[in-house]
Design a protein around this ligand. Structure first.
Ligand code: NAP
Length: 293
């Protein structure tokens, strides 16, 4: 990779800031765009940027652009970016949903060098103050190429992303959205539902006792309920069809597990033993997903 390569990051929040942090040790020119002057000043004072502005035109000479704005701003940002950058510039994003973005790109009547992206790492926090150096270390990073993306562009982007420590998984945008409904969006909804169920339980004595006794199990299963509301809203609403379908399937699955508990305890025990051992195999001691098919 030539030394003078310029990477532009638009949207300097948790994810955009963490991308800058993880790319900083490499010999890359880093340019950043955000809505507020304060965010730019902060990124410069943290030495995360060579150049920053609230004016998107500073990305003009970028070789690769990462769009890290909230999901609801991604399409309008792509439309702006393609008017500014050169034809050879690779454009990617980090949004938690991919199909509506890839559809938008594939419907252009001219080629756009776009490869969708979704780093499978995050926290419930928001903003550059919470950006981390090693957020993507050992994490998966989904890439969903548009119909215009070529092999050499894909290889170039993969190389830059590999500097963050992430492992790349190439997938289809529609399948990606079905999959994240199961592993991200329904867990979010379940965390919200469980927290609200306990927190608003009609029997006051039980409600207060539960909230006093709640420890790490309740904390861990409801962690996602604290997700930044703008992100939570965008994910659940934009992926509504997949979320609803997954909830329906999960309800049936839960019903059959309860039926097993009720009707055949032996079968139920061996079932939950299998679940426990498979769950343990999926993550390393430091919490990284080590599943590879
Ligand atoms: P965030 O911390 O709220 O950051 C978003 C940043 O975008 C804000 O700092 C804001 O900048 C900036 N921004 C908003 N509108 C903009 C615009 N029109 N132009 C330029 N900058 C703009 O949110 P995030 O968690 O990083 O999420 C960003 C993206 O990452 C989303 O697409 C989300 O789906 C994806 N993602 C999030 C997670 C996660 O766990 N959080 C995980 C994977 C992927 P100012 O501060 O200057 O206003």
């Amino acid at each position: 990779m030539p030394k003078e390569i310029t990477i532009a990051v638009i949207g300097l929040g948790l994810i955009g800031g963490s991308i800058l942090r993880s790319l900083r040790p490499n010999k890359l020119r880093l340019v950043g765009v955000s809505r507020n002057e304060e965010t730019i000043k902060k990124a410069i004072s943290l030495n995360l940027l060579d150049k920053g502005s609230t004016d998107i035109n500073i990305i003009k000479n970028a070789d690769i652009v990462f769009i890290c704005t909230p999901i609801n701003k991604v399409l309008s940002t792509i439309d702006e970016v393609i008017k500014i950058v050169s034809k050879n510039c690779i454009i990617t994003d980090v949004a938690s949903l991919k199909e509506f973005i890839i559809d938008h790109i594939n419907n252009y009547d001219f080629p756009v060098n776009f490869i969708g992206g979704h780093p499978m790492a995050g926290t419930e926090h928001q903003g550059i103050d919470y950006a981390l150096d090693n957020l993507f270390e050992g994490a998966k990073w989904a890439l969903t190429p548009s119909k215009w993306a070529g092999i050499s562009e894909l290889e170039k982007l993969k190389e830059i992303i590999s500097y963050t420590g992430a492992n790349i998984i190439i997938c289809d945008a529609q399948e990606h959205d079905k999959s994240v409904a199961q592993i991200s969006h329904v867990p979010l909804l379940l965390g919200q539902a469980l927290f609200d169920f306990v927190n608003s339980y009609p029997e006051i004595n039980i409600r207060e006792l539960s909230l006093k006794l709640a420890a790490s199990g309740f904390r861990d299963t409801t962690r996602l309920a604290g997700t930044n509301p703008e992100l939570a809203k965008d994910m659940l609403i934009k992926n509504k069809a997949n979320v609803k379908k997954t909830v329906k399937e999960l309800k049936l699955f839960l019903d059959s597990l309860c039926l097993e508990l009720d009707s055949n305890e032996e079968e139920f025990i061996s079932h939950i033993e299998k679940i426990s051992s498979q769950r343990k195999l999926m993550y390393s001691k430091d919490g990284k997903n080590i599943f590879n098919s």
